[in-house]
Design a protein around this ligand. Structure first.
Ligand code: WA2
Length: 269
C-alpha cells in the first residue's frame, strides 16, 4: 500500500513537472521568435531605408502594442554599435552622452553599444552602453560572431534587481551572406536587439496560473556547467531534502546553454 501510494505520487509529480516545463519552454520560444521579428524590423526600417524610417517614439509604440507576443520579457531594446572614432558625432546627433551601467559618462572604449530605442518598460537602459555590463557584453560578442540568438547566465537585472536572463539577437548591415564567417559578421554588425526575461516575477506568474501549484516546489537551473548549477528560478534547496523529485529537460534555444527544471513536493507524500 505504501509503495503503491508512493508510485502514484511519483507519477503525479512527473506529469506536473513535465507540464510546467512544456509551458515555460513554449512561452520562452514564442517570446524569442518575436524578438527575432523585431530584429528584422530594425534591420528593415532603420538600415534598409535612407534616411531611417524608425525613431524612438515609433519603436516604443510598436514594442508596447506587440508586448502580448512576448509574455516572459519585461521589455525590449535596440543598442547600436558605435566605434570610438564615431562617438563624438553620435553623441552630438543624439544630444546625449554614452553612459555606463553605473550611469556615469562612459570612459574611452574601442567600441560601445548604447541603447537608442527602448520599450517604455525598460526606458532606464536608454543611452547605457550595454557592453559595460559583463553578462550583456558576453552576449553581444557571442551573438554577433554566430548570427544566432544567445542567452546570458542568470543574473540580477537592472532596476528591478530580479533574477533573469538577457536575450540578444545581432542586427547586421544589409548584404551579409548566410554563410558569412565570424570575422565577416563582426565587421558587418550594426547593433543588438534584445530584452530581459524577468524569470523571477514572470515565471512565478506563469506557475501560479496552474492547478496544483500549492503542492509542489519548482526550481529552474542553468546547468551549462554540470558541476556548478546556477539558480535561475526558485529557492535552492539542498539535495535529499525530500524523498521524491523529478527533473524535466528544458530547451531555451541557445545550444551553448543547458537548462533544467526540478520539481518536488512541498510536504512529504
Ligand atoms: N535589458 C533590460 N534589463 C537589463 C539588461 C537588458 N539588456 N541587462 C541588465 N538588465 C538591448 O543585447 C542587447 C538588454 C540588452 C539588449
Amino acid at each position: 500500500m505504501r509503495t503503491e501510494s508512493l508510485r502514484k505520487a511519483g507519477e503525479t509529480l512527473t506529469s506536473m513537472c513535465e507540464e510546467r516545463a512544456r509551458m515555460l519552454q513554449e512561452q520562452f520560444a514564442v517570446s524569442v521568435n518575436h524578438v527575432h521579428a523585431l530584429a528584422i524590423l530594425v534591420s528593415t526600417f532603420h538600415y534598409q531605408k535612407n534616411p531611417p524610417a524608425l525613431d524612438q517614439v515609433t519603436f516604443a509604440n510598436y514594442a508596447a502594442r506587440t508586448s502580448f507576443e512576448r509574455p516572459l520579457l519585461n521589455g525590449v531594446a535596440y543598442a547600436q554599435r558605435v566605434v570610438h572614432a564615431e562617438r563624438e558625432l553620435f553623441e552630438n546627433q543624439q544630444g546625449w552622452m554614452i553612459k555606463t551601467m553605473n550611469r556615469e559618462p562612459s570612459p574611452v572604449q574601442d567600441e560601445y553599444a548604447p541603447v537608442i530605442y527602448s520599450q517604455e518598460t525598460v526606458s532606464y537602459i536608454e543611452a547605457l552602453d550595454m557592453m559595460s555590463g559583463e553578462e550583456d557584453r558576453e552576449n553581444i560578442l557571442r551573438a554577433r560572431a554566430t548570427g544566432k540568438a544567445v542567452l546570458t547566465r542568470p543574473f540580477r537585472l537592472l532596476e528591478s534587481n530580479h533574477l533573469g536572463v538577457v536575450l540578444t539577437f545581432p542586427v547586421y548591415l544589409s548584404g551579409l551572406p548566410d554563410d558569412a564567417t565570424a570575422e565577416e559578421r563582426v565587421k558587418a554588425t550594426a547593433g543588438y536587439l534584445g530584452g530581459a526575461f524577468d524569470v523571477e516575477s514572470l515565471v512565478e506568474n506563469l506557475l501560479h496560473q496552474l492547478a496544483g501549484n500549492q503542492e509542489i516546489v519548482v526550481n529552474v537551473y542553468d546547468v551549462t556547467n554540470a558541476s556548478e548549477p546556477l539558480t535561475m528560478y526558485g529557492v535552492h534547496l539542498p539535495d535529499g531534502h525530500m524523498s521524491l523529485s523529478h527533473v524535466s529537460m528544458l530547451d531555451f534555444g541557445d545550444p551553448f546553454r543547458k537548462h533544467q527544471m526540478k520539481c518536488r513536493y512541498r510536504k512529504k507524500p
